[in-house]
Design a protein around this ligand. Structure first.
Ligand code: AMP
Length: 387
């Protein structure tokens, strides 16, 4: 099955065409990437006028690659599924409107996702479309972990609760980690660390998300490239009283904080190099980021009733041996032992980087959100349209 994976932003459209193969009951081979690309500057000078025009460019590229073959289904990355969506769904007008109603919860992302859904529906009205939500995997989080200790109307009127994000990545990585350990996905108890430009940790018990560090928005939790993560909420009140407006505070915490604020760069390679050449700000940044991560790992180890594995993924988790080593060094109390030789090996394969006597295994498992979306899309379409 040929699945076009779409990640639609407000002024960009990222796509990847994958051949998911046919269902055979067993594990499928890795779906081949047949085409991929990024169209930017939608609605700006020199770029396509709108998402429909951007899709025209994608279509032309697909024709070039596919010749007479056609796309069988489109899978969309949708950031917010609210409380309604706990799994990928086949899209119709009602579903698109339901996603649109969630716009206030993800004002930068969901409106763009809706534009993508509508652009496909008007270009290819018969095309099966599937929405795959970043929040869906976290719908199993119990109330004691999703509820904030604030008056209930904040929840009932505004939907203020923990939702969690990066769910597609956490679920995919937890599944691959279980495979690496030789157990079924439902047997996996562990902590998954998605360390990219955005950073989140998820507590996984029995293969399900039972807690995650991002909350009502992706700002909560760990130190990220440009986001602060956790801080005393009174800081916002203080800043507001000092005359800083909502947009300014939003910008400060989402785009001017994190590694960028601490070390002057949001690129982990730059920060590690600076720290190694003696830059004190960079050293402090790595200390803050790894310390905060270790605290979450300790907490989630307790939450899952004893993690069997701690799994590193995404740009930093997969590639930065130096950062993994700094995190592992803070986990001595859990009996975690890193194998420095294994940790230094660069690879695209899922692998173990702890020593055999480590009390908890340390794994590196590359994420692949497009693959997860393509496979989820194919599964939903096959179930809806049995052949
Ligand atoms: P992502 O959002 O998953 O693309 O991850 C982006 C982050 O990964 C950035 O902070 C990059 O600096 C970091 N990253 C990518 N490659 C490496 C590498 N080889 N070593 C250290 N960090 C890396």
């Amino acid at each position: 099955m040929l699945v076009l994976v779409i990640n639609s932003g407000s002024s960009s459209l990222k796509y990847q065409l994958r051949d998911v193969g046919e269902a055979d009951g067993g594990r499928e081979p890795e779906p081949a990437v047949l085409a991929e690309g990024l169209i930017e500057r939608i609605g700006f000078d020199g770029g396509p006028a709108d998402h429909a025009e951007a899709l025209g460019q994608v279509d032309a590229e697909l024709h070039r690659v596919l010749g007479d073959r056609t796309v069988d289904a489109v899978g969309h990355r949708v950031v917010h599924g609210g409380e309604r969506f706990s799994e990928p769904v086949l899209v119709n007008n009602e579903i698109t409107r339901a996603i649109e109603r969630l716009n206030p919860l993800a004002p930068l992302h969901n409106p763009a996702n809706v534009l993508g859904l509508r652009a496909i529906a008007s270009k290819w009205p018969e095309m099966p479309q599937v929405a795959v939500f970043d929040t869906a995997y976290h719908r199993t989080i119990p109330e004691h972990a999703w509820r904030y200790a604030v008056p209930n109307w904040l929840y009932t009127h505004h939907g203020i609760r923990r939702y969690g994000f990066h769910g597609t990545s956490h679920q995919y990585v937890a599944g691959r980690a279980a495979e690496l350990l030789g157990i079924a996905p439902e047997e996996f108890d562990g902590v998954v660390l998605h360390l990219g430009n955005g950073v989140s940790a998820t507590a996984v018990q029995g293969g399900e998300s039972i807690d995650t560090s991002m909350g009502f928005t992706p700002l909560e939790g760990l130190v990220m490239g440009t986001r602060s993560g956790d801080l005393d909420p009174s800081i916002l009140v203080f800043l507001a009283r000092q005359g800083h407006g909502a947009d300014e505070i939003d910008d400060l915490l989402n785009r001017e904080s994190g590694l960028k604020a601490l070390a002057g760069s949001n690129d982990m390679r730059t920060v590690v190099e600076a720290a190694e050449s003696g830059d004190r700000r960079a050293q402090v940044a790595l200390d803050v980021a790894s310390y905060r991560l270790a605290k979450y790992i300790g907490g989630y180890h307790v939450a899952v009733g004893g993690a069997k594995a701690i799994v590193f993924t995404a740009g930093i988790g997969e590639n930065s041996a130096a950062f993994r080593a700094r995190v592992a060094a803070r986990l001595g109390a859990l009996g975690v032992l890193l194998d420095e030789g294994l940790n230094a090996v660069r690879s695209k394969e899922p692998r173990t980087v702890s020593s055999p006597d480590s009390a908890i295994q340390l794994l590196v498992v590359p994420t692949d959100e497009e693959r997860a979306i393509a496979e989820a899309t194919a599964a939903v379409v096959r179930a809806a349209v049995p052949r």
